[in-house]
Ligand binder design. Sequence first.
Ligand SMILES: [Zn+2]
Length: 322
Amino acid sequence: MKNSNKGVKTALVVCVLCIVSILVTVIMSVAAGNRKSGIVPISPATLAQSTEEKTQEAAETTKKKQKKTTGQKTETTAAPTTEATTAETTTEETTTVLVPYTQDEPTTDLPTTVKEITEKTTVSSSGRIIVDPTKTQWNLIVVNSSREIPEGYVPQLKEILGSGKYLDYRVAPHYEDMYYAAKKDGITLTPYSAYRTYERQKNNYNNLTNKYMSQYGLSRDAAAKKAATVILPPGTSEHNLGLAMDVCNVYDSFAYSKEYAWLQQHAHEYGFILRYTKEKQPITGIVPEPWHWRYVGVEYAKKIKDSGLCLEEYLDSIGVSY
Ligand SMILES: [Zn+2]
């Protein structure tokens, strides 16, 4: 019996060991399988958090898209800025940024009201008022013998009809419209002289001054004064602004041409005025130039033509300080 009891005990121990070993094997194999398949138990709390993140992400993406759309929309009316800046700014900010001379296309031809058009803040060494074109109602800016733009100012330009001549990009389309309209009437308004750089104006002016000194035996000052009635000193010419075109040629006989007659009749319909006449020479300080046509916009060109005043007088008459 002792032996038999011993045998039963041994069998029981073996049995228990077997069961334990089987259990251990099963547990280990399950664990190994989970690791292999990458299955990670997800608690309901984690699941909820993950969904929330996704929703937030989606909302942010939508916001970004909306911002981008806003940026694109406002780009057409606001000053060109870098894409990044536009995308980051809010609708309110972008719609209010309107900067002269950096604007792609004017939203309207002209503003309906005229405000203070320049800031008389600086006077140059030559005693002239320095006009800041970026703080000025661009189409009504006045430069003349007593008003100049700063050296180094270059407007945004656009070529006219592939001619190699340039005007302010906001004026160029109007000149082209006028050119094609005249063409239909058998008139060719050839661009002769359009935008001139400050440097070129300076050279032209100095050359004429030198010529007068030798031709008439004048002092430099006297020759410079005389030259200024024909070629404006650098920075004081509308050509430096890209707002004026000398049409066809610069001969006095242009006043008797059919091109001049056409311009007299139609130029205001395209926003251009005759700037320098004999009658207004005491005010403008410039000899008559039948070839020189200045852009002021259709609305003002008509008003100025009807008034019979020159630009300076007209602005005075409507109470605009320039
Ligand atoms: Zn001119």
